[in-house]
Design a protein around this ligand. Structure first.
Ligand code: HEM
Length: 452
């Protein structure tokens, strides 16, 4: 994003990609992790590749050194650039053969490479199947039927694919023409390319789709000393053996604020959005179950297990978040969505009001709760904002319900940050509590209900 004006990065594709991912950049997802996800998803969908997705990349804050090879770069300099990144000659050939199976060269960016009129629609594809991740780029090169503009250019200086592909007398390209070899070799070099990170960065283990994924949408005090809890459970049904969602009864068994298991269980119903189903990019199917319940504020909820019962066989399976004591909910800090809002003053400025209900046991240390608001600061000529976290104290709203006291803060918020996240923190050390990664996007246009 800091290098887009360089000759080595010409083309709308890079900025389009940054624009596509920009709204998902958050304190939990760096732009570089989202780019890794984009590659992993696109080659899964276009060619059924499996590239492990590890996360934890840290975004750069300035341009790196020059040196990405261009079409006119000679073979030696190209080889050196790949070697600097840990790729030998065979890797280099494989990376370019795997990269140049999708997409094309654009005449508007490279009139010296693409012959004919300079126009948006005049593009030259690398192979005849530009939307498929396949070894056709390799076979067309080996059969001399290719129309790849980086191979057949009349000006041989610009034929970088020809130089790279032929660098070892075609030995690597001959191996890559076998579709199974092409696929596994591309998976290998893509994984190494994505995981090439500075020494200070530690990447996670590869992500796997989880069987159970709960979402808490609302957890707040509501009238008459009760807590309202609204959420959804995503269940992967493409397991071995597969799960028939119509045979499932899904309930939640939960622990109260003091860790005692409640006699009541929370029922769910099949989700309504898109028939309650969705799918993932690795061919997984998911079904969604929704819940909306209330419970006494005096006892609350601190964690829950997801219990699946088969209608037909009666078999019961309990998911307790891999033996961690269930899926946790902070029972002491409640984000009062109904009392919070984001009022737009005009198209650029607004005011964010956040109200939280804090359990009085957490207020004994005399420390005020803090809101950690993530501001999305636009950077010139870039789609990816800089994220800055601001600490704002919440003030007593001079209202309470039972064991909870209400806290409130109001802050001006520019349009770039209308869709952002915040944490609410209270206390220090062992007594500290944190409600993480709350979302402001539902607050826009809502009215703040008054505290009664
Ligand atoms: C010697 C190294 C390389 C050179 C000289 C080179 C050169 C180019 C050029 C000139 C374009 C056309 C850009 C445009 O007109 O928009 C292009 C497009 C592309 N390159 Fe490379 N490339 C190299 C390596 C790679 C590698 C290693 C990958 C991925 C692993 C890759 C993936 C792509 C893709 C996907 C496009 C299509 C973009 C689109 O359709 O908008 N390239 N490359």
């Amino acid at each position: 994003m800091f290098e887009l004006e360089r000759g080595e990065n010409l083309g709308a594709a890079l900025n389009n990609t940054l624009s596509d991912i920009s709204s998902d950049v958050s304190v939990k997802s760096s732009a570089s992790d989202l780019l890794a996800l984009a590659l992993v998803m696109s080659v899964a969908r276009c060619g059924d590749l499996r590239v492990p997705l590890r996360l934890g990349r840290i975004d750069a804050t300035e341009a790196g050194p020059l040196g990405v090879p261009e079409a006119h770069t000679d073979l030696n300099a190209t080889r050196k650039a790949f070697e600097k990144a840990g790729f030998n000659q065979e890797d280099m050939i494989t990376l370019v053969a795997c990269g140049h199976t999708l997409g094309s060269v654009h005449s508007v960016d490279h009139p010296e490479i693409v012959s004919g009129e300079v126009a948006a629609e005049n593009i030259a594809q690398f192979d005849t199947t530009a939307d498929k991740f396949d070894p056709i780029v390799v076979t067309e090169y080996l059969n001399n039927t290719t129309t790849n503009p980086l191979i057949i250019n009349a000006n041989d200086t610009l034929n970088s694919d020809k130089r790279v592909f032929g660098a070892d007398g075609n030995a690597t390209m001959i191996k890559l023409k076998d579709p199974a070899v092409y696929k596994t070799q591309c998976e290998d070099v893509f994984e190494r390319m994505l995981d090439l990170v500075p020494a200070a960065v530690t990447l996670s283990d590869p992500l796997q789709p989880v069987d159970i994924k709960p979402y808490i949408d609302t957890h707040q005090l509501k009238g008459n000393d009760s807590i309202e809890l609204i959420g959804r459970i995503r269940i992967r049904t493409t397991t071995t053996p597969p799960i028939d969602p119509s045979d499932l009864i899904v309930t939640l068994s939960y622990l109260d604020r003091n860790g005692r298991r409640s006699n009541a269980s929370i029922p769910t119903t099949i989700g309504t959005f898109q028939g309650g189903s969705s799918f993932g990019y690795l061919g997984e199917n998911f079904n969604w179950f929704e819940f909306k319940t209330t419970m006494p504020a005096s006892s609350g909820i601190s964690a829950f297990d997801v219990v699946l019962t088969s209608h037909s066989s009666g078999a019961v399976t309990t998911f307790d978040n891999s033996g961690t004591g269930g899926y946790a909910i902070n029972p002491y800090i409640l984000f009062q969505e109904t009392n919070s809002c984001l009022e737009a003053e005009n198209n650029f400025n607004g005011t964010l009001t956040v109200v939280a209900a804090v359990h009085k046991s957490k207020l004994q240390s005399n420390s005020a709760p803090q809101l950690k608001l993530v501001r999305r600061v636009p950077l010139p000529r870039s789609f990816i904002p800089k994220l800055e976290t601001e600490s704002i104290p919440l003030e007593s709203a001079s209202a309470e319900t039972g064991e909870f006291a209400y806290y409130k803060m109001m802050v001006p918020l520019g349009v770039a940050s209308w869709r952002t996240s915040f944490d609410i923190e209270i206390g220090e050390g062992a007594a500290a509590g944190k409600l993480e990664f709350q979302d402001t996007s539902e607050l826009l246009g809502a009215t703040c209900a008054t505290l009664d």
